[in-house]
Design a protein around this ligand. Structure first.
Ligand code: UDP
Ligand code: MG
Length: 140
């Protein structure tokens, strides 16, 4: 059975460009409810740990540097079939390949600086949500 929560971040490029409000509105309009949310900044150590699965990939260093370069918005969102539906809302990793109307198509700058993160499985959504939030910061 598909879970009902996912984890997202509005990445430093989209924050810097002033797109927080527009992106949150798209999440809201698509039916996602906010369970937890914070405006924060990742240290290089935290970004490195968050993206540890990509450690061996050639873009890892650049990704860690980018994700710790400025503030982000981190959030846990709730909706039926949350992980899959949210990945559809954000679009493909590379904005050049993202479907029209998706968050990445509208706001991402490049493959690396692609505006938003979305968890890729129920299991990772839970791990990533718990990485950023204490139980006392989650409200349903
Ligand atoms: N990324 C990159 N170069 C690549 C692939 C990915 O810089 O060739 C970055 C990009 O910011 C992406 C993140 O690494 O969002 C994580 O990659 P993943 O394959 O998990 O993509 P996502 O799940 O974010 O769509
Ligand atoms: Mg991923």
């Amino acid at each position: 059975m598909a879970g009902n929560r996912t984890f997202t971040m509005i990445k430093p490029d989209a924050v810097k460009a002033g797109h927080i409000g527009a992106i949150l509105k798209m999440m809201n309009d698509a039916g996602f409810k906010i369970i937890a949310m914070k405006y924060t900044k990742l240290s290089p150590e935290m970004a490195g740990k968050f993206y540890e699965v990509h450690k061996e990939r050639p873009f890892y260093g650049e990704l860690v540097e980018f994700m710790s370069s400025g503030p982000i918005v981190a959030a846990i969102l709730e909706k039926d079939n949350a992980v899959e539906d949210f990945r559809k809302l954000i679009g493909a990793t590379n904005p050049a390949e993202a479907a029209p109307g998706t968050i990445r198509k509208l706001f991402a700058k490049s493959l690396g600086e692609n505006a938003v993160h979305g968890a890729d499985s129920d299991e990772n959504a839970k791990i990533e949500g718990n990485f950023h939030f204490a139980g006392t910061e989650m409200f349903d």
